[in-house]
Design a protein around this ligand. Structure first.
Ligand SMILES: [Fe+2]
Length: 242
């Protein structure tokens, strides 16, 4: 589904274009190179491939840039690696799973209790091809994305900012959503204090387009949704969550 020039939605359970448990998966076409933001849960990744091929040849997609290692965002990693794509993961997220796998499994168990995954689905431990750190610039053909590590939803989550020259796009993953909701969860790795500390990093970015990991997208006025989240977090009450 074309969203903007060179930006496509190629996976999403909620928009019924791929597996029901998939997060939103975005394709950035930079011309000679293309990348995916996240890759879904891995139950029917071939549907994502078919959606990609409606817009660019699959061979053009050299990398998957993961935002975090919750299974609905990364479970398809090995499938895409077998097709020649490199999977890049947030450094701090990789560290957290390596050092405290029991916490990742506990978060997974709680998410499964919440209906986020089917009963017979096992936690995918991915093997990344590269790691991404806060502030890192990533070239995708004619575009450059900047990674930002924001605490609150999971330990190492990255959002990606892309300035196309025409629009400023924030791939906000599960950090901030339409209407100022935040991605606070009741599980290890998620904490409200992280949102309080880091939401300010998104202030004044002039985001036009907000492309989150779930729910509604904002193709204009993206910053207003971020600012609403920041306003919620400036008060003593738990903000609305996704
Ligand atoms: Fe998540």
């Amino acid at each position: 589904m074309k969203l903007l020039e060179d930006i496509y939605l190629v996976g999403s359970g909620e928009f019924s274009i791929s597996d029901a448990y998939d997060c939103h998966v975005y394709l950035i076409d930079g011309g000679e190179d293309a990348a995916l933001i996240d890759c879904g849960v891995g139950r029917s990744p071939e549907r994502i491939c078919r959606n990609v091929e409606e817009h660019v040849p699959l061979e053009r997609v050299s990398r998957i840039l993961l935002t975090h290692l919750h299974a609905d965002h990364c479970g398809g990693a090995s499938y895409f690696q077998e097709r020649g794509m490199g999977v890049w993961a947030p450094e701090k997220e990789v560290e957290a799973i390596k050092n405290r796998p029991e916490e990742a499994l506990e978060a997974f168990r709680l998410a499964k209790n919440g209906g986020c995954y089917p009963e017979d689905y096992a936690f995918p431990f991915i093997r990344e091809d590269g790691q991404i750190t806060d502030g890192q610039k990533i070239r995708v053909g004619r575009y450059t994305l900047e990674a930002m590590h924001l605490r609150g939803h999971s330990e190492g989550l990255l959002v990606y900012l892309l300035d196309t020259g025409k629009r400023r796009i924030l791939f906000s993953s599960d950090y901030v959503f339409y209407n100022g909701c935040i991605g606070l969860l009741n599980c290890p790795g998620s904490e409200l204090s992280g949102f309080r500390r880091d939401i300010g990093r998104l202030a004044g970015l002039g985001v036009d387009v907000l492309l989150p990991g779930h729910r509604m997208l904002a193709l204009d006025g993206g910053q207003s949704h971020i600012d609403r989240a920041a306003e919620h977090l400036s008060k003593a009450f738990v903000p609305p969550t996704f």
